[in-house]
Every structure is written in structure tokens, then in C-alpha cells.
Write a new protein. Structure first.
Length: 201
């Protein structure tokens, strides 16, 4: 993970990893079947960092909120790794531990069976998809990232309202919406939907 954050995701090879560890790269191959196996281990490591020190709350919504924030935080710390592996299914201990917590919280909310399974998959995908999206933004060259940020207060604000009346109605507020707001709104919308589904059930 340190190699990827320092030199980009493409720099991670068994040969490079062996050099960093001071061993022949064939020694690394004894621990991982292939490159994909190594990437799955990186995926699980990201999840393990998210879970480190985590204790579920007695309140299901707080549990899911805290866990989603932790996943996002780990991905922000390791954006190159997150952009590469956030969409993977690690099928290892940390992933199983996280799944147990999330499904338990959804059952506590009142969802069961297929609906709990569906919401579990959706919540994980929402949290990881947002985190991966943000990780890609964090790995952009500085000039490109700055241009993207300026677009909300420049190009969007300058659009002619006669052609884009809906955009014009919110354009002054678009620059105010930052990454924290986006994540929290998306998470709150999802949890509101879980609560509504649980009431219907």
C-alpha cells in the first residue's frame, strides 16, 4: 500500500515489493498466489483499517453511519489503493467481520431475509463506490483537481439561465457543497430509505 501511495497503483509489482522488503520477489510469491491474490489482500487490509477499534453502537443507524465514515476515512488515507481495489470482494476475515456488523445492524433496524441481504449489498456498494470515486479525485494531478473544483463557481455559475433555468436556480449554492456534505447526504438518504423499508416490513 505504501508503494502505491508513493508511486501510483501501477508501480505495485512482485519484483518491486520484493525490493522494498529486501527479499527476492519469489519469496513474496510464497504468500500470494498471483497479483490478484495480492490485490484482494490489499482490499481486506483497507477494510481491516476501517474496523480497527470499532465497536457497534446499540443504535443501528449510528453503527452504520460510523462504519461508513470509517471506510471512507481509510480510503482517503490510501487513495491509490482504494481507487484500484474498492470494487473488489475480498472474501477474507475483515470483510466477513464487516458484513456481520452491517447485517446485524440491518436486522436490528427490522429488515430480514432477502431484504436485509439486498440492503447490505447496496449499502456496501454505496459506501465503497463513493469512497472509490473520491479516491480517484484525490489521485488527480493538482491542476486538474483545482479545475474541477473551480467549475462549480465558474462554469456552472456563468451558464445562461434562459437555457439552464434549473441549474441557475441552485448555481449559487453548488460551490458550497463539499465532499463532506456529499457523503453525509448520500449516507443519510440511504439510511432514511432503510428506515422506511423497515417500517413497511
Amino acid at each position: 500500500m505504501a508503494i502505491m501511495e508513493r508511486d501510483g497503483a501501477d508501480s505495485l509489482t512482485f519484483r518491486r515489493l520484493g525490493t522494498e522488503l529486501g527479499v527476492d520477489h519469489t519469496a513474496v510469491l510464497r504468500h500470494f498466489g498471483d497479483k490478484d491474490d495480492l490485490l484482494l489482500a490489499v482490499t481486506d487490509r483497507l477494510l481491516a483499517e476501517s474496523l480497527d477499534g470499532f465497536a457497534p453502537s446499540p443504535e443501528w443507524r449510528r453503527t452504520l453511519t460510523d462504519l461508513a465514515r470509517r471506510v471512507r476515512r481509510a480510503c482517503r488515507v490510501h487513495p491509490h489503493a482504494a481507487a484500484l481495489v474498492a470494487g473488489r470482494t475480498a472474501r477474507r476475515d475483515a470483510e466477513f467481520a464487516g458484513a456481520e456488523i452491517v447485517i446485524g445492524a440491518l436486522r436490528q433496524a427490522g429488515l430480514h431475509g432477502r431484504e436485509a441481504a439486498s440492503c447490505y449489498r447496496a449499502l456496501v456498494d454505496v459506501a465503497l463506490a463513493y469512497s472509490a470515486f473520491e479516491a480517484v479525485q484525490l489521485t488527480l494531478p493538482a491542476a486538474a483537481a483545482a479545475g474541477d473544483r473551480r467549475a462549480w463557481s465558474r462554469e456552472y455559475l456563468a451558464l445562461p439561465p434562459e437555457h439552464y433555468p434549473n441549474i441557475a436556480s441552485v448555481a449559487p449554492h453548488l460551490p458550497e457543497v463539499d465532499a463532506e456534505d456529499q457523503f453525509e447526504v448520500a449516507l443519510e438518504l440511504f439510511l432514511d430509505a432503510v428506515e422506511l423499508r423497515a417500517r413497511r416490513a
